[in-house]
Design a protein around this ligand. Sequence first.
Ligand code: AMP
Ligand code: ZN
Length: 500
Amino acid sequence: MLGKITMPLRLYNSMSSQVDEFRPLSDNEVRMYACGPTVYDYGHIGNFRTFVAVDILRRVLVQSGYKVRHVMNITDVDDKIIRNAARDGVTVQQYTAKYEKTFLEDAAMINIEEPILVRATEHIQEMSEFVRRLVEKGIAYRAEDGSYYFRIAKFPQYGKLSKKDFSGMLDGARVDVDDYDKDSARDFALWKAPKPGEASWETPIGRGRPGWHLECSVMSMEELGESFDLHAGGEDLLFPHHENEIAQSESLTGKPFAHFWFHARFLLVEGEKMSKSLGNYFTLRDLVLKGHKPSSIRYLLASVPYRNQLNFTFDGLKQAAVSVERLRNFRLRLSSGNFPAGANPDMQRLASETTDRMREALNDDLNTAQAQAAIFEMVRQANAAFDTGAIRKDDVAPLLAALAKFDEIFAVLDDDDVPKMKRVLDWARAEGREKDISAALREAVQAGELSDSAIESKIAEMKAARASRDFKTSDRIRAELTDAGILVEITKDGIRWRRK
Ligand code: AMP
Ligand code: ZN
């Protein structure tokens, strides 16, 4: 039997290369920055694997009692964006607006809580100022074409995050692409001079546009201060992106930049690296178009601890759907059942031990798999107790409370899949992608949509509840209807409804 928790949150820190106790720099507020998407295409499940991992971290911090200031950038100018916008004959802003919107919709679809968003194109002047100060300190230099580079020889600690030994590096060798050869140390571009036809901005250091690494240094420090608690991203960002962020920021401020470095491991699909050429590349919308529920996707992405390799498979996705269904059914069975008065001490203990076990699992470097195992063990034992009539009225609240604690992190219990799936279906129609809509998606949406008579009967239930001043029930039904895409208006003449 496990006792009360005394253990604080422990997280793997890529800087120390070990699991360390996590304590924020200031009392009870955690300041964290996560590298966000480059908005040049729809987000794929690999991206969302990382964003779900960061969302879980954020939710665990909140559950631990911290206030969390979570900032995420939107990279809305880079080489790919400029290329694609030119190809489509639109401006960079027009091009990125669409993908930023769809990214945020997709993140909301899998219940990722929205961070404070910062956009690269809205901080161009601050970025140029940052470069100017680096030049003033002799750390950055201007090349003949008007681009600026970071001189890594000026930062002897270069390589401290990636643990690469750059002692033999060539002083003055340069690279101007953002994502370069993993083993080379080169002076990297902070600021790029304009090329014909490319988006660029007029600034005191000249015309041009920021490099990707610079964006994150400038915006994170602006929002969170020169030193903050945690910086997150997928494992591919560790080098060169995060190494370069550290070099830029610390050489300018002389202070440690982020204290914890959090990296989520890359996801595989059916055992292979996800790639368009292998045909195993899926956006979130591709999966919904195939008829999969957003809750199953979130559950699966959350089920493997972030430092373990998640092998995404369609079998796994089906199992995730079964797991979510089982939890939802259990909650329904508990909240709608009639139980004899009193309390069963075994059930009371089960609920509190499960809560403790989940907490311990999550405190142990976010062991989501263990937390899920704990809740399923509770469901198994409580279901057995149901069948023998061993659950009492007073056991319901603690069991529901344990489920609620679980859901504060996993966020899969509310049954709002159908309206979300319907939005994807409508989007596919609007985009002329009718042929990509699977029969499974059509059926799921149809089956989940309420008929007029079903809505009328729910409205009648609402009226009855209101007549007996049971506003809680009335509000619950109204929320259910809203989730199902029905707008309910309560007027002095009665209750009206219409489909959204
Ligand atoms: P991007 O839009 O390419 O800048 O990527 C956004 C985020 O997704 C970054 O944190 C990446 O590290 C992460 N990411 C990209 N591909 C994968 C993958 N296959 N598995 C996990 N995370 C990924
Ligand atoms: Zn970044």
